[in-house]
Design a protein around this ligand. Structure first.
Ligand code: SAH
Ligand code: SF4
Length: 359
């Protein structure tokens, strides 16, 4: 994997057409990559030998190598991938609903999948509760390295090209700190001739880089937005998330209010609940007023402890009390079922991030 070759998945559909002539050849290659899940040019049987050879000299179709997979009892699977420079990133396949059958044996519901992907190796944001932050920041992923996580997961799980999956940019890294490549990956995912994952099935989660939220909004990609809020006053948020010194809560709320939200969607506010830190009802009260006037929904997440952290998981009772306070006052609020909890949570955050029923 020490290959300095360029990554073919980094190319958008248009860029591939510019590179490959005649046009139908580019279409064939796209099909091989995203429908047949080819991992070499050699496999692309209907291409001329010379073309395969030339492409192979300059490009790779296999920029990521699977180095580990862990299976959870609930059907979720967590993957570790190695990049060409030796760094590793995680991605998780979350089984949101298992396949269900009618009594006569016919299929009632297909499985429902969400793939959680990484956008950086490490992260610069440095949140106090996050394991990814502990390792520091290494580098941004390219669009192709982001796209490849989903392609490999679909291939490994025999998920047909035309099967719908949802995507969440909630793995390692801060997507808006790598906005250009992330935006490009969103478009490549949505490409009709490729994986055709509509942008309304993709959710970008951010720690709240307000200026980048504004910029993302202006791109009009049609993606869903999730904000990792975790605290309702600036003092506590600064302690948990140092980025809050640069972008405070008020700036995030303003950016969200300017963000183009699909008519049938809401902006998700993630609230990581940490025992005795942010789990009291006064925080719920403040949250309610903060989100006033925003088409929002709240997702409460149990803090997932790991070795060496000072933070603790909240009690079920406190979680439900927090949720009840909000739902009784008309705010959509769900508690995140932690899928794949029995999988060792190496980065501490690759978790179920599904937007229930709405995606
Ligand atoms: N950097 C982006 C996206 C990746 S983090 C962001 O912060 O939004 C994805 C989610 O995992 C965030 O909501 C984050 O707060 C959460 N997370 C991080 N560490 C966690 C832990 N130990 N337990 C539970 N969730 C965690
Ligand atoms: Fe980065 Fe998100 Fe972890 Fe914060 S929670 S350090 S933004 S990955």
């Amino acid at each position: 994997m020490q290959s300095p070759k360029k990554i073919i998945q980094d190319l958008s559909r248009e860029e591939l057409s510019e590179l490959i002539q005649p046009a139908f050849r580019a279409k064939q290659i796209y099909h091989w990559i995203y429908h047949q899940y080819a991992t070499s040019f050699e496999e692309m049987k209907n291409l001329p030998k010379e073309m395969k050879k030339k492409l192979d000299e300059e490009y790779t179709v296999a920029p990521l190598k699977q180095v580990m997979v862990q299976n959870s009892k609930d059907g979720s699977r967590k993957y570790l991938y190695q990049l060409h420079d030796g760094h590793t990133v995680e991605a998780v396949l979350l089984l949101m609903r298992a396949k269900e059958f009618h009594e006569d044996g016919s299929v009632k519901h297909q499985e429902r999948y969400t793939v959680c992907i990484s956008s950086q190796v490490g992260c610069k944001v440095g949140c106090a509760f996050c394991l990814t932050a502990k390792g520091g920041f290494m580098r941004n992923l390219t669009a192709g390295e982001i796209v490849e996580q989903v392609r490999l997961i679909k291939k490994d799980n025999d998920i047909a090209a035309n099967r719908r999956v949802n995507l969440v940019y909630m793995g390692m890294g801060e997507p808006l700190d790598n906005l250009q490549e992330v935006a490009k990956s969103v478009k490549i995912f949505a490409e009709e001739e490729g994986m055709a994952i509509a942008t309304h099935r993709q959710t970008i989660s951010t720690s709240g880089l307000s200026s980048k939220i504004e910029r993302l909004g202006k791109m009009e990609l049609g993606i869903n937005l999730a904000i990792s809020l975790h605290a309702v006053d600036d003092e506590l948020r600064e302690k948990l998330m140092p980025i809050n010194k640069a972008y405070n809560i008020a700036s995030i709320i303003t950016a969200v209010k300017n963000f183009p939200v699909n008519d049938r969607k809401r902006v998700m506010f993630e609230y990581l609940v940490i025992k005795d830190v942010n789990d009291d009802i006064s925080a719920a009260k403040k949250l309610l007023s903060l989100l006033d006037g925003i088409k929002a929904k709240v997702n409460l997440i149990y803090f997932n402890p790991y070795g060496g952290t000072e933070f603790k998981r909240p009690s079920d009772a406190d979680m439900h009390e927090f949720q009840d306070y909000l739902t009784k006052r008309g705010l959509h609020c769900t508690i995140r079922e932690s899928k794949g909890l029995d999988i060792s949570a190496a980065c501490g955050q690759l978790r179920e991030q599904e937007i229930e029923g709405e995606v």
